[in-house]
Design a protein around this ligand. Structure first.
Ligand code: SF4
Ligand code: SF4
Length: 510
C-alpha cells in the first residue's frame, strides 16, 4: 500500500471540508519560523516520516514562539527515523483540545467491503482502543455502490453514547471521510486523534491515508513515486523493480530487498517466489535450512517470461548471494515454461555462478524443467528444476546441498554477440527489441522459433527466414507477448540467430 505523508492526507481531508489545523510544510528552519510567524500563535512541529511513534523519537514538538519552531525544525530536519531521513516538517497551530475521538475507513478484505469505524475515545490505535473501551467503539460496513449514508454514520456515533449536535457533526464528518477514502481508493483512511476543541469544533489533528497499490496509477495527482508501503526508504533496486512493474501491467512483480552490504558466504539467498501462500511456505523452507533472505520477490498472476527475466536480473544484482531459490504455489495453472525461459535468459546473461534450485510446479511442468536444466550446458553453476510433487523443504535441502558442495563447471563466459549481418527487428510492448539475424537463420535447420512462438505471430518467408506475420505496430502493442521462445529455444535447439534485448532502466546503466 502506498502511504501518504500526514500533510498530504490532511490536504485531501481539507478538500473534503474536514477541518485540519492551520499550517503547512517547511523544509528549512527559516521556513518553519516564517510559518509560525504567519500563524501568530503557538504551533506544533511534526516530522513528516512514514512511521508511528514519532513523538517518542523527538519527531513531534510544541513551539511557543517562531524561534522555538525554527529550533524544533532544525532538530528534526535530517534526522533518521527508522531508516527515513526527515526532509520536511509540518508546522501547524496548536489546538486547545477538549476531547479526542477516532474515525477510520478501512477495507475489510474478508467482507470485501469498506468498514467504517468510530470511537468516542481517541488513542494510539483502533485495536488498542477497542480492547480498552469495547463499549465506545462501533463499526459498520458500507455498501460500495451507495456509499455511507448520513443515517448510518449518525447511528454509528449514537452507538458509542454520543447524541445531539455532536452526533450530527461527527456523522457528517464520517461521511466526508468515507468519500475521501472512496475517491482516492484508500485501503485505509484514519483520523486519530479526531479532536473537539474547547469551542466545540472538530479537527483532524493527525491522519493516516494509504492508497491501494493497484489504484495509484489512477491518482497521479497524489505524486506517489512507488506504490508500495515500505517501513524505510526504497532502495535503488526497489525503485528499479517498481519501474518494471509500472511499465508492464501483465502479472505481478513484487520486490523487497531484505539485505545489502553482505559478503559471499554470509548465507544470503536470493528468494524468488510465485504466488503469495506458496511463496511464504517456500521462504520458510529456506529459513529452516539456516539461510537468510537477500530478497523477497513474487512474480505471479501469469507474468510474461520477460517480467520473470527482469525480476531474476534484479535479484542477481542485490549482491554476492550464495544461492538462488525459486519456488511458489506448486500447482500454478499457467504454463510454467514461460517462467523457465525468463530464468534461463537471466542466468545465461549473468553467467550464473551460484547454485539455483527452481520449483516450477503446475501446468506443463515437465517441459519447464527440461528447458530450465538445459541452461547447465552454458553456465558454471548448477541449476536444478523441480515439480509439484517435490516439497519446498526438499527443494531447499537440495539448494543447501549444492551450496555446501560449492562445485562450479569450467564454462567460459559468453562472448559478446557479433553485430547481425542481416538483421530483421521489431519492437515489443515493454520497449524490448527482437532481432533475427537472417544471415544465421539461413543456416538453421530447426526454425524452432516459429514453432515455439506462443502467439504464432512468426512465419517463414519465401526464403525460409523467420518474419512477423502481423504488422510491427501490432507486435509492439502486445501481440508479441515476450515469451522469449525465439531467443531461448533458438539457443537451445536452433542456430543462435534470434536475440531479444529487454532494457531494465537503472540496472543496465549501472
Ligand atoms: S531458430 Fe534461431 S537461427 Fe533458427 S530460424 Fe529461428 S531465429 Fe533463426
Ligand atoms: S516473437 Fe513470438 S516467440 Fe518471440 S518473444 Fe514474441 S511471442 Fe515470443
Amino acid at each position: 500500500m502506498a502511504r501518504l505523508h500526514e500533510f498530504q492526507g490532511k490536504l485531501l481531508l481539507q478538500q473534503a471540508k474536514i477541518a485540519v489545523p492551520q499550517g503547512r510544510v517547511a523544509s528549512t528552519p527559516d521556513e518553519a519560523r516564517a510559518i509560525a510567524q504567519e500563524l501568530g500563535r503557538p504551533v506544533m512541529v511534526k516530522a513528516q516520516a512514514w512511521v508511528t511513534g514519532r513523538a517518542s523519537v523527538g519527531g513531534i514538538k510544541k513551539a511557543a514562539t517562531p524561534d522555538q519552531a525554527a529550533a524544533a525544525a532544525e532538530a528534526m530536519l535530517g534526522m533518521k527515523v527508522k531508516g527515513f531521513t526527515v526532509d520536511r516538517v509540518l508546522v501547524e497551530e496548536q489546538l486547545e483540545i477538549a476531547r479526542e475521538f477516532y474515525a477510520g475507513v478501512i477495507v475489510d478484505d474478508r467482507a470485501q467491503a469498506p468498514l467504517v469505524m468510530f470511537s468516542s475515545v481517541g488513542g494510539t490505535g483502533i485495536e488498542e482502543i477497542a480492547a480498552a473501551h469495547p463499549d465506545k467503539v462501533a463499526s459498520v460496513h458500507a455498501d460500495i455502490e451507495s456509499g455511507l449514508q448520513d443515517y448510518q454514520a449518525r447511528n454509528l456515533v449514537r452507538r458509542t453514547g454520543i447524541g445531539g449536535r455532536l452526533q450530527r457533526d461527527l456523522g457528517t464528518l464520517l461521511v466526508r471521510l468515507y468519500n475521501v477514502a472512496r475517491t482516492y481508493e484508500a485501503r485505509a483512511a484514519e483520523i486519530n486523534p479526531l479532536v473537539q476543541t474547547a469551542d466545540g469544533k472538530l479537527y483532524a489533528a493527525d491522519c493516516r491515508v494509504t492508497v491501494d497499490d493497484y489504484a495509484v496509477f489512477r491518482h497521479k495527482d497524489l505524486g506517489i513515486e512507488i506504490a508500495r508501503e515500505y517501513d524505510r526508504p526504497p532502495t535503488e533496486l526497489e525503485r528499479i523493480a517498481y519501474a518494471v512493474e509500472a511499465n508492464d501491467y501483465r502479472g505481478t512483480f513484487y520486490f523487497i530487498q531484505m539485505a545489502s552490504d553482505f559478503e559471499k558466504g554470509d548465507g544470503y539467498v536470493g528468494f524468488h517466489g510465485a504466488g503469495g501462500g506458496g511463496s511464504m511456505m517456500s521462504m520458510d523452507a529456506v529459513l529452516r535450512q539456516g539461510y537468510k533472505l537477500a530478497t523477497f520477490v513474487d512474480t505471479s498472476g501469469n507474468p510474461p517470461a520477460s517480467k520473470v527475466y527482469r525480476a531474476a536480473r534484479i535479484i542477481l544484482a542485490v549482491g554476492p548471494i550464495d544461492g538462488y531459490f525459486g519456488s511458489g504455489s506448486g500447482v500454478a495453472s499457467q504454463e510454467q515454461f514461460h517462467s523457465a525461459r525468463g530464468l534461463v535468459k537471466a542466468f545465461l546473461e549473468e553467467h550464473l555462478s551460484v547454485p539455483a534450485v527452481i520449483r516450477l510446479g503446475g501446468n506443463a511442468e515437465d517441459k519447464a524443467v527440461e528447458i530450465l536444466e538445459r541452461v547447465n550446458d552454458y553456465i558454471p553453476a548448477t541449476v536444478e528444476g523441480y515439480k509439484k510433487d517435490d516439497s519446498p523443504d526438499f527443494c531447499a535441502a537440495r539448494l543447501d546441498a549444492l551450496i555446501k558442495a560449492g562445485e562450479l563447471r569450467d564454462v567460459p563466459p559468453p562472448q559478446p554477440r557479433p553485430k547481425p549481418q542481416k538483421p530483421y527487428s521489431f519492437e515489443t510492448v515493454t520497449g524490448g527489441t527482437v532481432t533475427f539475424d537472417h544471415a544465421i537463420c539461413a543456416t538453421c535447420e530447426s526454425k524452432v522459433c516459429v514453432k515455439e512462438c506462443a502467439r504464432q505471430i512468426l512465419s517463414l518467408n519465401d526464403e525460409g527466414l523467420p518474419i512477423l506475420n502481423i504488422t510491427r505496430e501490432e507486435a509492439a502493442k502486445g501481440r508479441c507477448v515476450e515469451c522469449l521462445a525465439c531467443e531461448v529455444e533458438c539457443l537451445l535447439h536452433g542456430a543462435g540467430g534470434g536475440t531479444i534485448h529487454l532494457p531494465i532502466p537503472g540496472l543496465d546503466e549501472a
